[in-house]
Design a protein around this ligand. Structure first.
Ligand code: 13P
Length: 248
């Protein structure tokens, strides 16, 4: 069986004082669900020493192992700082930095070379959903962004509809289920049933304590990638608890 994963993406939020939140999150982390926090890169090393029981990840890495790329961070540097995971292809990076599926695929290879688990994001815009192109878009992103060689140990897929991120709008549970079932089928078709079934698929976009339990009850939802509600333990711990409860 796939284990559950509660992942927090702090985005560009948090200075060292924010690491005080990790203590309560770590206490909630002893249950069935694994807990991952992806703080800004400046906090990865310190978070990794403080967060007993919470895994730490980066939010992006460069496709190359080293070189003249001012401001960028190599996957191996994240690993060296104590990260076990890296978020790749988040819609904010695809939009703000023009990252293509090809770019994300190259970054994913770099992450794997460094021994990091890639948390690979996909998701449609509102216009794409309204044009009923959601599954085509997701299928294209998966095919283009995931390199050959995926396993349940090196890949987590996060479905994050762009229109649900930071908006308080959440798809219906049927809409979430349709996309997660589709992602599962595509993973099984490309990588074989065993691998396809072992990759965890997270939902992300306005997950909160109030809606977590119903989202976690949807088939093929193995956890969440949480933005705003992962910044404070008072919000994130109830989400971890809901995921633990869904595993019982
Ligand atoms: P919110 O939970 O703030 O909507 O953000 C979701 C997200 O983008 C996580 O990567």
């Amino acid at each position: 069986m796939r284990s559950k994963l509660a992942a927090g993406n702090w985005k560009m939020n948090g200075t060292r004082a924010a690491l005080d939140e990790l203590g309560a999150m770590a206490e909630a982390a002893g249950g069935a669900a694994e807990v991952l926090i992806c703080p800004p890169a400046t906090l990865v090393a310190e978070a990794a020493t403080k967060a007993d029981g919470v895994m730490i990840g980066g939010q992006d890495c460069h496709a190359e192992a080293k070189g003249a790329h001012t401001g960028d961070i190599a996957a191996d540097m994240l690993k060296d700082a104590g990260a076990s995971h890296v978020i790749l292809g988040h819609s904010e990076r695809r939009e703000d930095h023009g990252e293509s599926d090809e770019d994300v695929r190259a970054k994913c290879r770099a992450a794997w070379d460094a021994g990091l688990v890639a948390v690979l994001c996909c998701g449609e815009s509102l216009a794409q959903r309204e044009a009923q192109n959601t599954l085509d878009i997701i299928g294209g992103q998966l095919a283009g962004s995931i390199p050959d060689g995926a396993t349940g140990h090196n890949l987590v897929v996060a479905y994050e509809p762009i229109w649900a991120i930071g908006t308080g709008k959440v798809p219906t549970t049927d809409q979430i289920g349709d996309v997660h079932d589709f992602i599962r089928a595509r993973l099984e078709r490309r990588f074989g049933e065993g691998v396809g079934r072992s990759v965890r698929i997270l939902y992300g976009g306005s997950v909160k304590p109030s809606n977590a339990a119903e989202i976690f009850a949807v088939s093929n939802v193995d956890g969440a990638l949480v933005g705003g509600a992962s910044l404070k333990a008072t919000d994130f711990v109830p989400i971890i608890d809901a995921l633990n409860a869904s595993a019982e």
